[in-house]
Design a protein. Sequence first.
Length: 148
Amino acid sequence: MICLPAAFLVLPALFHDPPRNPPVERERSIETALTVPPRVRDILRRACYDCHSSETRWPWYARMSPIAGRIENDVTRGRAFMNFSEWKTSAGATSARSDATLTAACFAVQSGLMPKSPYPYLHPEARLSRSDIDSFCAWTREQAARQP
Ligand code: HEC
């Protein structure tokens, strides 16, 4: 039989509130800074935004220890490298840095490094098809080729 007082002690320790997202200002986002066609916007939002933006959709299991720590860690490190919601003040601050970041993003997707495992197993909509990857990389090349 479950000891009720023990359950009261253990359950709150296992479930806690998911982290709060930072405020989002469209002015600073990649969607305002660059021309992002609908197909690319869709790819970014379904495969990258949960870790590389301030618009993370925290899943229910992000409330449970010890998975919560692992997810938060991925989001913190993902945002630190590239935050699409803060594009103008981070990766997109200069056109050289923006181009380098987008070239790395194409490479990461082509090589299957991103979206980071195990995310695509848990989020089938984030699995990118060959044609998704081709469209994404055509767009990153187009951005790198444009005049500053
Ligand atoms: C589950 C979270 C998650 C998702 C989803 C995700 N990333 Fe990442 N990404 C990370 C983390 C964490 C890092 C930091 C390096 C690492 O741990 O691999 C990172 C690093 C990167 C890097 C730097 C490459 C490197 O070797 O460090 C690029 C480029 C990148 N991500 C692009 C993308 C793109 C493009 C998408 C969407 C197609 C995406 N990521 C989706 C978590 C994620």
